[in-house]
Design a protein around this ligand. Structure first.
Ligand SMILES: Nc1ncnc2c1ncn2[C@@H]1O[C@H](COP(=O)(O)OP(=O)(O)O)[C@@H](O)[C@H]1O
Ligand SMILES: [Mg+2]
Length: 221
């Protein structure tokens, strides 16, 4: 199992008010699966994906990522493990605007302490995978939205993660670019990557092999 999450809750506290966004969610995901999570805005999709991606911690519950308990890791153990195991793709790409494409994709390899030669080879490999090797010296603002998202996918792949998580990755793209991104996810899944996609676009969700629905803090199949 890449993911084994049990009884996950997440409560946001704001002053005297607490809001239970995730209500005892359990989810197991085997290697090689491609799953979409749909649900209305505010349902907790991003909250859940951030917990799966170790960007946030559950209020209670258990979570094993690729066999290791992540709930009890300290912050630095968790960020190391996240860098190795998770490729996260955001709606707004989250690229460093002042840095070129090479540097943006290389960054996770720095954190993983890879040597210069290996970094260069690996960056070129993942950029050619998304068809953007010819843009390697460009800056993000010289690329289209669809191209920026392909760079973000390359960055997510660069450490060979166990899990790719994408939060509304086509939400800021036109339909053509959106379908291009989904074609890339489909290819990656055919090569064995495990993918969880959050979207409220039914057309995009259809690319996944399984769909889940998040509503009222619970998951419906
Ligand atoms: N950091 C936060 N503090 C307080 N409430 C939050 C926070 N993040 C999200 N929420 C609330 O949790 C609910 C779920 O948000 P979110 O996970 O972003 O939903 P979705 O991605 O499905 O639209 C919303 O009601 C939102 O306002
Ligand atoms: Mg969201």
């Amino acid at each position: 199992m890449v993911i084994k999450a049990s009884n996950i809750t997440r409560i946001y506290k704001m002053g005297s008010i607490s809001v239970k966004v995730l209500n005892h969610i359990s989810l197991s995901v085997e290697k090689g699966k491609f799953i979409s999570i749909m649900g209305p805005s505010g349902a907790g999709k991003s909250t859940f994906l951030h917990i799966l991606g170790c960007l946030d911690r559950p209020t209670s519950g258990e979570y094993k990522l690729d066999g290791l308990d992540v709930v009890n890791m300290n912050d630095s153990q968790l960020s190391n493990y996240r860098n190795k195991k998770i490729g996260f793709i955001f709606q707004l790409f989250n690229l460093l605007p002042k840095e070129d494409i090479f540097y943006n994709v290389e960054l996770p390899l720095f954190y993983a302490k890879k040597k210069k030669k290996e970094r260069k080879e690996r960056v070129e490999e993942v950029l050619s995978l998304v068809g953007l090797l010819h843009r390697i010296t460009h800056k993000p603002n010289q690329l289209s939205g669809g191209e920026c998202q392909r760079v973000a996918i390359a960055r997510a792949l660069v450490n060979c993660p166990a899990l790719l998580l994408a939060d509304e990755p086509t939400g800021n793209l036109d339909s053509h670019a959106g379908h291009q991104i989904m074609e890339i996810f489909t290819q990656l899944n055919e090569q064995g990557h495990t993918i969880i996609l959050v979207t409220h676009n039914e057309e995009m969700a259809k690319y996944a092999k399984y769909s889940l629905y998040l509503r009222d803090g619970k998951i419906e199949k």
